[in-house]
Design a protein around this ligand. Structure first.
Ligand code: ADP
Length: 484
């Protein structure tokens, strides 16, 4: 409770536009999903106010682009240090608005803040190249220049990391930003803006608006000729709609969309490693991650033993409010999400799956459900093609390697996959057969600020993190220089 109070005292109020905190008459309640009740309110931007955020980003664009890379780097580095010094507040706030446990929230602060540090370092590594045209001999000189004002739209599942993964590389590249966080978890992004203000980011370089009207506010921004880039993380459905709008302005687009990660456990897997990897892939962030293990595809020779051990681990999870130290699984984000996950559970049972543990909502306040394992998933079950986003692990046996690959690829998604085997050659062969942007081998965690995060197929466009992450915010400009 002491921590809850500190968090409330630390919260900024209003929209962050042009370096000012702008309050609105209308507000949006922010619900603690463990309690099912509001603990704070945020401003509700109208389309007119959202437009002023873009005005501010445009006004600040040339000054920010002219800052020396070293100066931008050092500002980002100061932001990293300040977030680190406020990590308890960030973590408790994320537990309060999103539901994950405090320990996991601290993990997200470390992970999310690493993007700030990583891109502070990348700021000084923006390089073009020179060449000599083979026939004419003219000189080809290239520069990397900031794309210009960016619209970032972020989801609720990683309130800090999704913001830093977009805003840090945009700032590193010399772009200004308008960010719209999800209304379910708007406070963490506002607190991040407070950090940027405190380290001296010039007014208008980052602007944040929270709103109840996502389409009505973002639509005009995407259509505005001054906007140069959209970067989105969220559902494939919304991403497709945003891409359609972006097409009208040929707006550069980065999309991190849904996933349906297969977790393939080969006959020669080390079961200790596989069970731990399955727990990490499934239960990290309560399963509310686009990289979450969605289908546990296990060789028939191991499936009995794997199911037994995995079920024991899932059954031992303590569900409750994430600020309570003994808890290791929090609530789902809202009742709608919980109903959706329980719908997948019911569908898997209806199609012939067997409940090993869980399967039910937990009565009382908050949006809790039991960690759930269902074995013997039958063809036609919805989870084979749809994304679960919750603590439900479906198990599917296979006999041949090709069968496992075919099941793994039997979805429109292609974000992450996990393969478990004692033999790296077998794991690589299967990994190469699976169409995803990322493959974890003998691990249930792929995310890393230094690694390229992103998907193929309907999981998205572009990469975040790594050296590639900054390229999404840079244009290549070429100068032709004949010397004769
Ligand atoms: P999820 O809720 O599964 O994370 P969504 O795609 O619904 O994914 O939401 C991700 C982000 O996109 C949120 O910030 C949300 O407010 C925003 N969003 C949802 N619908 C629209 C829309 N039609 N136009 C612009 N942004 C939207």
């Amino acid at each position: 409770e002491e921590l809850e109070k500190q968090v409330l005292d630390a919260l900024p109020h209003g929209l962050f536009i042009g370096g000012e905190w702008v309050e609105t008459d209308a507000t949006i309640p922010v619900i603690n999903p463990a309690k099912g009740e509001a603990f704070a309110e945020v401003a509700d931007a109208t389309p007119e106010l959202a437009k002023t955020a873009l005005d501010a980003a445009c006004d600040a664009a040339s000054e920010w682009a002219a800052w020396k890379p070293r100066e931008r780097a050092e500002l980002l580095r100061r932001a990293f240090d300040l977030i680190e010094s406020r990590k308890q507040i960030f973590a408790a706030l994320m537990t309060m608005e999103m539901g994950k446990t405090y320990k996991e929230s601290l993990g997200e602060v470390a992970y999310g803040n690493e993007y700030v540090r990583w891109f502070s370092e990348q700021t000084c590594r923006i390089e073009g190249y020179n060449a000599i045209a083979p026939s004419s001999g003219k000189r080809i000189l290239t520069e990397k220049v900031p794309v210009g004002p960016v619209l970032a739209i972020t989801p609720w599942n990683f309130p800090l990391a999704m913001a830093t993964r977009k805003i840090a590389p945009a700032l590193a590249a010399g772009c200004t930003v308008v960010v719209k966080p999800a209304k379910l978890t708007p406070l963490t992004t506002l607190l991040f803006c407070k950090v940027l203000e405190d380290v001296g980011l010039p007014a208008g370089v980052v602007n944040c608006f929270t709103t109840n009207h996502s389409g009505a506010t973002t639509g005009p921004l995407i259509a505005d000729p001054r906007m140069r880039k959209i970067t989105f993380t969220g559902s494939t459905e919304v991403g497709v709609g945003l891409l359609r709008q972006a097409a009208d302005r040929v707006l550069r687009s980065s999309m991190e969309l849904g996933g349906n990660a297969p977790c393939v456990i080969l006959a020669d897997a080390d079961l200790d490693v596989a069970v731990q990897g399955a727990m990490d892939a499934k239960m990290r962030n309560l399963g509310e991650a686009c990289t979450a293990g969605n289908r546990f595809i296990v060789h028939e020779s191991l499936v009995g033993e794997f199911t037994k051990r995995f079920t024991e681990r899932m059954a031992a999870q303590k569900v409750g409010y994430g600020l309570d130290d003994s808890v290791n699984v929090g609530p789902l984000i809202d009742d709608e999400q919980r109903s959706k996950v329980l719908g997948f559970v019911q569908d898997s049972i209806d199609k012939g799956g067997k409940v090993e543990v869980g399967g039910n909502p937990i009565e009382g306040p908050g949006y809790f459900m039991e960690p759930t394992v269902i074995s013997g998933i039958q063809p036609g079950s919805r989870i084979l093609t749809e994304e679960i986003f919750g603590p439900f692990a479906p198990i599917i046996p296979f006999s041949t390697e090709q069968e496992a690959i075919d099941i793994a690829n039997g979805t429109d998604f292609g974000l992450a996959a996990y393969v478990f085997s004692r033999d790296l050659k077998n794991a690589m062969r299967v990994g190469e057969g699976i169409e995803t942007g990322m493959v974890g081998i003998n691990t249930g965690v792929v995310s890393d600020a230094a690694a390229p995060f992103g998907g193929v197929k309907m999981s998205g466009l572009g990469r975040e993190g790594s050296q590639l992450g900054i390229e999404e915010f840079l244009e290549t400009k070429y100068y032709a220089i004949p010397l004769d």
